[in-house]
Design a protein around this ligand. Sequence first.
Ligand code: PDD
Length: 280
Amino acid sequence: MPELAYLNGEILPIDKAQVPIEDRGYQFGDAVYEFIASYNGRLFCLEEHLDRLERSLNGLFFPSVSREAVRKAVLTLFEKAEIQRAGIYIQISRGVSPRNHAFPDGVRPQIVMTIREVEEKPPELRKNGATAITLEDFRWGRCDLKTVQLLPNVLAKQKALAAGVFDAIFVSSEGVVREATSSNICIVADGTVITHPLTPQILPGITRKVVIDLCRELDIPVSERFFKTDALYGAEESFLTGTVTEVLPIVTIDRHRIGDGQVGPVTAKLHETLRQRSIA
Ligand code: PDD
């Protein structure tokens, strides 16, 4: 079960894979990425991740990158690594060129990937629920594009850890609850699952979409609409969604207990059903 890297067509050990210092991903954060996980040797939602990758590439006006070539590279790396429960990062930068803000002419996008065993969330965290703080959203205006410019997310996560909690939730200056540092967020209010609508202020999470579909299947009312911190603090339940996060209960936010402070039934049901689907 080797951890491997893919570097523009070549597969090699991760510590042997290097990118040039003039890669625009390194110089400007001019790169997009995806993270895909597998369960029992099967990649979950591969096509949905490739769709979002294409969307991010188009959003940054990258020259065309063959979806088929990326899919083939992912599958080859996955096959070679033989990791049943794998996490694959795909990162595509605009290319390598002398430092200049303007897009370079005739430069090929650089495609890199890594594959490793997924680091599962601790079972106690899933059983007891996680804690979080809210922070004013200080990210840029295109959070719907999955770019590698994650410094605000990194700083927010670190602030959460320094405060002794699991994660930070970005909130607009008017109090609208956006998303967490690497997950989307849902609340349950009057039995309805509510999550931020798809706008440039949040990432269109693949897990978010799967969870919305599961709600419809399970006859759980679901609504994509704005909600503020008062609704968050007063929710019956709240949970994060993401590729490794899956459905993760949040039981305390800014020292407010959410519901009765235990993992709620809707959260538990959605997590159980998501797991069944992903390992099926
Ligand atoms: N993060 N919101 C943000 C800001 C994210 O970075 C992510 C994913 C999500 C959830 O998206 P999805 O359900 O498609 O994983 C929401 C990935 C996992 C990461 O940065 O590693």
